[in-house]
Design a protein around this ligand. Structure first.
Ligand code: ZN
Length: 171
């Protein structure tokens, strides 16, 4: 083991197979159809060093009426389903993602109502209802700090904090 490398490599906050990521973005684009928001939970394995996304769970699969023109919302019953599924499949909720009509900034409601109100939970926002070519640096990334406070990342920071891997292995 190379401790020097381990200590100096920037740890990605989120890792995902590139294929899974592009399927997710396609899903959000198609589901929103350019007219409404869409979203998903990103599930996978969490260790102290990394969060590896292995599955995504679209909101409408948890709750048929979750998607609206300008917001997404889930009931307590849908969250109960989510936690049951995670327990059964031994998955963690690593992040959530949803689209916005225009930019990737958080709405007042996004800030006030984290999908998962745990410190370190990550919320991603994809602009323009995920239409067109979506690049990592187009996203907004928000890391929950508790107490309705968030760390905000955008642009080149996102490419540093989200790593897409090819062929199932790290790049
Ligand atoms: Zn929002």
């Amino acid at each position: 083991m190379n401790f020097f490398k381990a200590a100096t490599m920037p740890v990605p906050l989120l890792e995902a197979p590139a294929q899974l990521w592009s399927e997710l973005v396609d899903h959000l684009r198609i589901q929103g159809a350019g007219i409404r928001e869409s979203g998903a939970f990103l599930l996978g394995q969490k260790t102290e060093a990394s969060r590896l996304i292995t599955h995504y769970l679209p909101y409408e699969r948890l709750q048929a009426n979750a998607l609206h023109d300008d917001y997404v919302s889930l009931t307590a019953a849908s969250f109960a389903k989510l936690w049951d599924l995670c327990r059964a499949e031994k998955l963690s909720v690593l992040a959530d993602v949803h689209t916005h009509r225009l930019g990737a900034g958080q709405s007042r409601s996004d800030r006030a109502n984290p999908m998962v109100a745990l410190v370190g939970h990550i919320a991603l926002i994809v602009p323009r209802f995920a239409q067109g070519r979506v690049q990592l640096q187009d996203l907004g990334m928000y890391v929950y700090q508790g107490n309705h406070k968030w760390m905000t990342y955008s642009g080149a920071d996102i490419s540093r904090l989200v790593r897409l891997s090819h062929n199932g292995g790290a790049q």
